[in-house]
Design a protein. Structure first.
Length: 240
């Protein structure tokens, strides 16, 4: 075994170990999105579930492929390396599409969220039996926010005939107690003043950062693809 082949095998082992870890990270992110993102399903038409399932599946596949690359390189098995190269090529294409879609649809999701949240605030009357009221309360409780842009939305957007505009919902309070949001002041430290749209936008930014990391991973995987093809060719020569 030449120095070049040994170096390529070492690189395959190290980088596929990294790929294996990245696969596990994507899998965990998918689980987090599936669990934490369910509160946002209604305002973005339920898109968090298919995205989370995609991340889980892709993460598992990447982890398996990473292991396959490590083992195939160590044994220099041409068959395993060829399967690894083919599967890795498909994964690269899938990841490339996923990264592009994450950038394309982030603005659309943000607009949909803004429209939906504003509609829920306009309809807010404190009746927790109404789906829109209950949903808005859950969002504000889970994400420590109040209103769409800030707490004053309950003064400017709500219907004064069904909601006392001097109040904010109790779900806006940092510590929820009965009527804790009544007669609030602009400088009241007991309520969350940041709007829920900002929280949602920050979440989308995290998705975009993940997409950037994904594109970097694709470059690494392209290098692995080239190396695996070379090792597979060398392994066939050894067998011959």
């Amino acid at each position: 075994m030449g120095l070049g082949t040994g170096l390529m095998k070492s690189l395959m082992f190290v980088f596929n170990g990294i790929v294996w870890v990245l696969g596990l990270v994507l899998f965990v992110v998918g689980i987090v999105v599936l669990v934490e993102g369910e509160n946002w399903n209604e305002i973005i038409d339920g898109k968090t579930v298919p995205v989370s399932v995609l991340l889980i599946i892709v993460g598992l596949v990447i982890a398996v492929v990473g292991f396959l690359g490590c083992f195939g390189a160590m044994k220099q098995n041409s068959g395993m390396l060829l399967v690894y190269a083919i599967v890795l090529g498909v994964i690269i294409l899938v990841q490339l599409v996923a990264g592009i879609l994450a950038f394309i649809f982030s603005d659309e999701a943000n607009s949909m969220a803004a429209e939906s949240l504003e509609e829920y605030v306009r309809e807010y009357d404190g009746d927790t039996n109404k789906q829109s009221v209950s949903f808005m309360n859950i969002i504000m409780e889970e994400f420590d926010c109040c209103g769409v842009n800030n707490a004053t939305d309950f003064l400017t957007l709500t219907n004064a005939t069904v909601w006392n505009q001097n109040n904010v919902p109790d779900s806006c309070c940092k510590v929820m107690t009965d009527q804790c949001g009544w007669q609030y002041r602009a400088d009241d430290d007991n309520i969350w003043h940041q709007g829920c749209l900002t929280k949602f936008t920050n979440m989308l930014m995290n998705v975009q950062y993940t997409a950037i990391a994904l594109l970097v991973a694709i470059l690494v995987q392209l290098i692995l693809l080239i190396i695996s093809c070379r090792l597979s060719k060398d392994a066939k020569g050894l067998v011959a």
